[in-house]
Design a protein around this ligand. Structure first.
Ligand SMILES: Cc1cc2nc3c(=O)[nH]c(=O)nc-3n(C[C@H](O)[C@H](O)[C@H](O)COP(=O)(O)O)c2cc1C
Length: 308
């Protein structure tokens, strides 16, 4: 049996597998299927200062190898989260509270309210599905640095993870901007902006017209971005994007991730996360790896011949 524990910002996770925000609610429905205390942590649904209704339906569209969603960050608000879900979830595993906002003040408010109450805060500055705020903060380096610095000032006792958008020119520059702003850790990627068309109606499938693309099909792009971000900063990185099995998790760790988040696969297979944890154990045993943490950043690039 390999040692699956990993350390993130000085805190030990029993393994590197975390369900991704928005694909696991606050964990209660999944706990009816398996005991979620087996997980390294849970990234909660995005939590705002006040309840959000989300977007009109249809909010989900399927496409080959991916899904598109435009849920619009429907959530019960931070006070309900603290009163109803947090006490229960804290007893189970590490809690990563995903924070959403429309203004910088919103982000500050949620971070201040949750400081010291959760294990990590994850700043979602990268959601493509809300009309204002969301991704607007997450695409330009100056804006990323500012929102990170202002949020971090409000949560001195809690490690701050900044979740980066892939819809950008340079993931390395944005990663560095978050680090300069005081991020303790990065997570990436959020969803890619996309569109699916109902050709009979000649209309977009999603009521929101566009949505965020996630699932197995995005994995190679996400792995490349995790590699680039991890090599541009000295803070730890959590890898996200299309992970469906233990081998995918190993790939992200070799690219530089300390831990991974599993999103869309939770919809395809509700037991995805415990299967990936078991699979990591088997993979490590089969490859003589005593500690899964040893896998991080072990990728060796090929020598490339100059062609021009
Ligand atoms: C239905 C749905 C809802 C999501 N909601 C959130 C959210 O509230 N906050 C957030 O940071 N990311 C959210 N995401 C993005 C995921 O956490 C993850 O970054 C993305 O789906 C890529 O991972 P995957 O390919 O494993 O799904 C959501 C994704 C989906 C599919």
């Amino acid at each position: 049996m390999a040692d699956l524990s990993v350390t993130l910002c000085g805190k030990t996770l029993k393994n590197p597998v975390i369900p991704a925000s928005g694909t696991f609610g606050f964990g209660r429905e999944f706990d009816e299927i398996y005991d979620i205390s087996c997980l390294g942590g849970v990234a909660t649904k995005g939590v705002a200062l006040v309840p959000w209704e989300g977007n009109p339906v249809p909010r989900i569209a399927e496409s080959r190898g991916v899904i598109l969603n435009a849920v619009g960050l429907q959530n019960p608000g931070v006070e309900k989260f603290i009163a109803e879900d947090l006490p229960w979830l804290r007893q189970k595993t590490r809690v990563i509270a995903n924070v959403v906002g429309r203004t910088i003040e919103d982000y500050e408010g949620v971070c201040a309210r949750l400081d010291g109450l959760v294990d990590f805060l994850e700043l979602n500055i990268s959601c493509p599905n809300v009309k204002c705020g969301g991704m607007a903060f997450g695409i330009r380096p100056e804006a990323i640095e500012e929102v990170t610095a202002r949020a971090k000032a409000k949560c001195p006792s809690t490690p701050l993870i900044v979740k980066l958008s892939p819809n950008v020119e340079s993931i390395a520059l944005n990663a560095q901007a978050a680090e300069r702003g005081g991020a303790d850790c990065l997570s990436l990627v959020n969803t890619f902006t996309g569109m699916a068309i109902d050709i009979e109606r000649r209309r977009p499938v999603l009521a929101n017209n566009t949505g965020g693309v996630s699932g197995a099909g995005i994995k190679p792009v996400a792995v490349r971005m995790v590699y680039e971000a991890a090599h541009a900063v000295s803070i730890p990185v959590i890898g996200i994007g299309g992970i469906t099995c233990a081998e995918d998790a190993v790939e992200f760790m070799m690219a530089g991730a300390v831990a991974v988040q599993v999103g869309t696969q939770n919809f395809t297979d509700t037991r995805a996360c415990p299967k990936i944890i078991a699979g990591l154990n088997e993979w490590c045993d089969a490859h003589g790896v005593a500690r899964v943490a040893e896998l991080t950043d072990t990728l060796k690039l090929n020598e490339r011949r100059k062609t021009c």
